[in-house]
Design a protein around this ligand. Structure first.
Ligand SMILES: *Cc1c(COP(=O)(O)O)cnc(C)c1O
Length: 394
């Protein structure tokens, strides 16, 4: 690092890279090695006794992973970070590292599905209980606190309906009660929201989404204090083997180079598509945090720099077939989970339900999530017109 507060470009292009060590190559090498050797017994011992700061074995540290790790910590304004083999690993490690039997967690309601699974299926087996609250009002967190509460778990915004939590207010409440805060920051990524700046203790993301950005790597990142990161490294990461592989880290370093430009284009495209969809009678409502009609618009504008390309909307449809025709009528928007890559995607809520349980009177069953990628706007608009036309066909 050359300066105290490196710019985004400095972080992405220079931080943690020492090109003189690898023939001045512009791109860093993949150190595709499982283990590292030592010249003396003393050096070997010293490394073994301080594995958190040594290259011994790539389940722990690896030089390529290290470059990425330092960049991601800096982007998050954190002291340190860990790069894991999935966003789900990031959820698992950051939560499990901070609870024991008898503890209680207060979580924002309907967090990411696998966080729910952890809270409802796995942690109860070890005597850890979770209470869900509506996170749009900080009072709900306060009311749910117990003497045994150890974690307040946040996801702001969430990735379906985009409700926010006031990160600063929740962090203050938590600090006053000696409760740790963890926030899923996948929607905004490190460029559009930095939970740590608001006093949140641990910020994590699915790096599969924007950070890697090319629909070809599953990864996660956890950012926090050096002390917290060392604790997670020495326990959850080392015992469960949750680290990312050197090659995947290398792909992510490559992906990171274009993060700012990708995010900017995706956000711009999303705003354009949201305005376009608003002109259609078939669209009942749109959930997009930077839409002035969004219930938490003011908080979104205050807390987030921008949105990226994800939003959802409710279609007017009396039959399931109408939703199917819309989604299947699209030729460029691909039907898929996830987001954050080049390609625009569509995912209707009904794919998560048994067919017999779908009820078209419930607007949530008519919700469709869209990820707007970084294609040319005309290409996307033309496709949406095609989908909306297909919907009306018998
Ligand atoms: C995708 C996602 C995750 C999980 O990340 P993986 O990389 O898929 O394991 C967690 N939270 C949110 C909000 C996500 O979108």
């Amino acid at each position: 690092m050359k300066t105290e507060n490196p710019s985004i470009s400095e972080i992405i292009n220079e931080l943690a890279e020492d090109r003189s060590k690898y023939f001045n190559s512009i791109a860093p090498p993949v150190i595709q090695a499982s283990n590292f050797s030592f010249d003396t017994v003393d050096q070997f011992r010293d490394a073994i006794l301080h594995e958190e700061s040594a290259y011994i074995y790539s389940r722990g540290n690896n030089p390529t992973v290290d470059i990425l790790r330092k960049k991601l910590a800096a982007l998050d304004h954190a002291e340190d970070a860990l790069v894991l083999n999935s966003g789900a690993s990031a959820i698992y490690a950051s939560v499990v590292a901070n609870v024991k039997s008898g503890d209680h967690i207060v979580s924002v309601k309907k967090p990411y599905g696998w966080a729910q699974h952890l809270f409802e299926k796995i942690l109860p087996r070890f005597g850890v209980e979770t209470t869900y609250v509506d996170g749009t009002d900080v009072k709900n967190f306060e009311q749910a606190l117990r003497p045994t509460t150890k974690i307040i778990y946040l996801e702001s915004p969430n990735s379906w309906t985009f409700e926010l939590q006031d990160l600063k207010a929740v962090a203050e409440l938590a600090k006053a009660n000696q409760v740790l805060t963890i926030c899923d920051n996948s929607y905004c990524s490190s460029l559009y929201q930095r939970p740590i700046d608001y006093g949140i203790d641990i910020s994590f993301q699915s790096a599969t989404k924007y950070l890697n950005g090319h629909s070809d790597v599953v990864a996660g990142v956890i950012s926090g204090t050096k002390e917290m990161i060392n604790k997670i490294f020495s326990n959850e990461l080392m015992t469960a083997g949750l680290g990312i592989s050197p090659f995947h880290a290398w792909l992510m370093i490559r992906g990171l180079r274009t993060l700012p430009i990708r995010l900017k284009k995706s956000s711009k495209n999303a705003r354009m598509i949201v305005s376009f969809l608003k002109t259609f009678l078939e669209v009942e409502s749109i959930s997009y945090p930077f839409d002035p009609l969004f219930p938490q618009y003011d908080l979104a504008k205050e807390q987030m720099e921008d949105t990226g390309g994800l939003f959802s909307f409710v279609l007017k449809a009396e039959k399931v077939e109408v939703i199917e025709k819309f989604c299947q009528g699209l030729q460029h928007f691909l039907m898929a989970v996830s987001w954050g890559g080049y390609e625009s995607l569509v995912m209707p809520a009904i794919v998560g339900m048994e067919k017999g349980t779908i009820n078209m009177d419930n607007p949530e069953h008519r919700r469709i999530r869209m990820y707007v990628g970084i294609e040319e706007p005309e290409y996307l608009i033309e496709d949406l017109k095609r989908g909306l036309e297909a919907m009306k066909k018998r």
